[in-house]
Ligand binder design. Structure first.
Ligand code: UDP
Length: 309
């Protein structure tokens, strides 16, 4: 297939590009490097099946030739980004979704939207199944991301139901691994960086909020399975590796072998208190079963970050 990946130099986007090339597809990656990095795709230079275009998917663009499949992965995704570059977050979920899905329609391509567990907001149901409608604050500090992704899902199902476009929607839960930005502000790079430097790990609030962590290789495998399936409803991809943030901080300190302490700082506004996916759909429909346990995934991530400190 000839495949387009927006956000192809990002953390997950670049891992997806690698998997697509391994599967013998031809790949065109777009990125404006607002949160992606040239380093994430540097190893692909000279690969005849890979093309990179530095452009902003939120501005109108066209691609020569046929395209069979479009993955829309471009978006900042860290809560720090929601404060730092909220308009770019909104534009990635809105304009860039329109631009990429219109291209899919024009090229008669399958369209794959990267959505998020943030569509469930601060959930009132645990674990969260795809049928849950969520508990989102539309005027809070996370709304630029949550609502943009909810809007992107609405755009996608509108093209599916009114124009017959062949679409897929994945909802990612917290995903981590090599190629995350050391300074992206999310809990995994923050804690690993702090532990490696011997600095205090900054737990926001009491640290009793939970997250479930998925390793990138499992997650992109699920993405590929969904893309190649004929399933058109949203699918959660995440794991049952649920930890409180306090437990997670202690685990990172242990695995790094660090002398860092833990400090509690101000809680984040609208921080979801518990997040844990129901992955029955991915298990049954895609026969997808994440296999990397948290300790192994963290060890690999720590090695990656250690070289970049
Ligand atoms: N968090 C924390 N310290 C940090 C960064 C994050 O305690 O230095 C917490 C944050 O409050 C949230 C969880 O870790 O409860 C996950 O945050 P992250 O920014 O990784 O992403 P989120 O899951 O909130 O989108």
């Amino acid at each position: 297939m000839r495949v387009l990946v927006t956000g192809g130099a990002g953390f997950l986007g670049s891992h997806l590009v690698d998997l697509l090339l391994e599967k013998d597809h031809e790949v065109i990656a777009l990125d404006n490097f607002i949160t992606g990095s040239p380093e994430n795709i540097a190893h692909l230079e000279g690969n005849p099946r890979f093309t990179f275009l530095q452009l902003d998917a939120a501005r109108r663009f066209d691609i020569d030739g046929s395209i069979d499949l479009i993955f829309h992965f471009a978006s900042p995704a860290s809560p720090d980004d929601f404060r730092r570059i909220p308009l770019d977050v909104l534009r990635a979920g809105s304009y860039a979704t329109h631009n990429s899905i219109e291209l899919a329609q024009k090229k008669n391509a399958r369209y794959f939207l990267a959505s998020t567990s943030e569509v469930y907001g601060d959930p009132l149901i645990h674990p969260q199944p795809e049928t849950y409608w969520g508990n989102v604050n539309s005027v809070g500090p996370r709304s630029c991301y949550d609502e943009a992704k909810r809007y992107a899902e609405a755009v996608t199902v509108t093209y599916r139901d009114h124009y017959g476009l062949d679409t897929r929607i994945v909802r990612f839960f917290n995903t981590y691994g090599p190629r995350m930005r050391l300074d992206d502000g999310r809990v995994v790079p923050n804690f690993i960086r702090q532990a490696l430097l011997g600095e205090p790990l900054t737990v926001y609030g009491e640290g009793q909020q939970t997250r479930s962590f998925g390793f990138y290789s499992d997650i992109v495998d699920g993405v590929y399975r969904l893309a190649m399936s004929d399933y058109k409803e949203p699918v959660n991809l995440g794991t049952h590796e649920e930890r409180t943030i306090l437990e997670f901080a202690q685990l990172v300190i242990t695995l790094v072998g660090s002398t860092s302490q833990i400090v509690h700082v101000a809680a984040a506004v609208d921080d979801p208190k518990q997040r844990h996916p129901d992955i029955t759909r991915a298990n049954t429909i895609l026969d997808w079963h994440p296999s990397t346990n948290l300790e192994d995934g963290l060890r690999a991530s720590i090695e990656y970050f250690r070289k970049r400190i």
